[in-house]
Ligand binder design. Structure first.
Ligand SMILES: C[S@@+](CC[C@H](N)C(=O)[O-])C[C@H]1O[C@@H](n2cnc3c(N)ncnc32)[C@H](O)[C@@H]1O
Length: 220
């Protein structure tokens, strides 16, 4: 492992806004499940998640834009989460946390109706057919999110992958879910406001390569 990664992992241990739970098998419910408002944020503001947040650009930007909400960025790569958590500490962003887990275990961390909205930003499309249940918008994952997302809470997907966009539309159709916004060309659409124009590390790479950005907003 590189020195830089080790330095980041050591610094991660000092960040009060980064939760790195020890996982057991089978996973046990975490002490914060159902208690994020009372025991972590100490307010009753809505909770918004970013799944596969990488360096946390969406989470940081949203937390700064919407101080009246709470944001939690989730990823399992500690060296990437370090960036978002460090920015949170440096800028004293109180309405933001990061959680280092595998999203497969997310139902051990959030209780019924605890979450108001979910963002999924540039997830791996997992192109191989046999990996379809690894896609973060597959039936398997939507059924997990349903366990803690409030009724009518939105899921937002931003992706460069037309394949994943079409796959997600099929899952939405199978589950008969209401779509609020769908566009295959976000930046040529009327929807590209200052929230949807926040750009993550991966989005910048795909835009440089000339790819369109697709966006879907739907409820579960
Ligand atoms: C392509 S990157 C996108 C990162 C960031 N959202 C961006 O747009 O720059 C996908 C991220 O999802 C994370 N990820 C993928 N599958 C995951 C899983 N099952 N549990 C937790 N994190 C996952 C990876 O670690 C990676 O950081």
């Amino acid at each position: 492992m590189g020195k830089d990664k080790l330095r980041r992992f050591a610094e991660n241990e000092t960040f009060p806004n980064l939760i790195q739970p020890l996982m057991t098998y089978p996973p046990l419910d975490h002490a914060l499940k159902g208690k994020w408002h009372e025991n972590f944020f100490h307010n009753q503001a809505p909770i918004v998640l970013e799944l596969g947040c990488g360096r946390g650009e969406y989470t940081v930007n949203l937390a700064e834009k919407f101080p009246e909400k709470n944001f939690i960025g989730i990823d399992w790569k500690g060296a990437r989460l370090w960036r978002g958590a460090k920015t949170g500490v440096e800028n004293q962003i109180k309405n933001m946390a990061f959680l280092r887990i595998q999203i497969e275990n997310i139902a051990s961390f959030f209780g019924p109706d605890e979450v108001d909205e979910i963002w999924i930003t540039f997830p791996d499309p997992h192109l191989r057919e046999r990996d379809d249940q690894k896609r973060l918008t597959s039936h398997r994952f939507l059924n997990l999110y349903r366990q803690f997302l409030k009724p009518n809470g939105f899921v937002n997907l931003k992706t460069d992958s037309r394949f994943l966009y079409d796959f997600t539309l099929e899952v939405i159709q199978d589950q008969n879910l209401p779509i609020k916004i769908q566009t295959e060309h976000l930046y040529q659409s009327e929807y590209a406001d200052d929230v949807l124009s926040i750009k993550t590390t991966y989005e910048k790479i795909w835009l440089k390569e000339g790819l369109n950005i697709c966006y879907l907003k739907f409820s579960l």
